[in-house]
Design a protein around this ligand. Structure first.
Ligand SMILES: [Fe+2]
Ligand SMILES: [Fe+2]
Length: 152
């Protein structure tokens, strides 16, 4: 039944968004470069919004949303301990890998859902936001790497 599949998708997405919130919060505190820290904080607010929208949609569908601090989001806490000690470049590369995974997950789900246009609209908006986040992270990574690898 499509509804159950959608609830599973949404809870998977919610876990990833809650993890993203934990990672971006830790990195926003740890990053010393003002402009990059501001950009990370802006992304953090968007991820908080994603988590709220997913929570609301799961409840509308009559299911229980995963909560912050439940099993998988502990991964976020674990990362919080370690990634704080990494360099800014390492943090951005790690964040990019999370965004890349989110882009893939939202795309796959959007391809599969047929009947639930409300959920499709939410996931589409999230996908566009994650693409913007990935683009911004890529541009900062290129800057920090000194444009060594960019292709004209
Ligand atoms: Fe997100
Ligand atoms: Fe994102």
């Amino acid at each position: 039944m499509e509804k159950e599949k959608i609830i599973n998708f949404l809870n998977k997405d919610l876990r990833a968004e809650l993890t993203a919130v934990e990672i971006y919060s830790a990195h926003a505190e740890a990053i010393q470069e003002g402009e990059i820290a501001q950009g990370v904080k802006a992304i953090l607010e968007v991820e908080r919004g994603h988590a709220r929208e997913l929570t609301q949609r799961i409840e509308e569908l009559g299911a229980a949303p995963v909560k912050p601090g439940e099993k998988d989001t502990k991964i976020g806490k674990a990362l919080r301990m370690t990634s704080k000690h990494g360099s800014t470049l390492e943090m951005l590369i790690f964040e990019l890998s999370e965004e890349q995974q989110a882009i893939k997950d939202y795309s796959t789900q959007l391809a599969e859902i047929i009947y639930d246009t409300t959920t499709i609209a939410i996931l589409k908006k999230h996908l566009m936001d994650e693409i913007d986040h990935a683009d911004w992270l890529k541009s900062k990574i290129v800057e920090l790497e000194g444009k060594r690898k960019s292709i004209p």
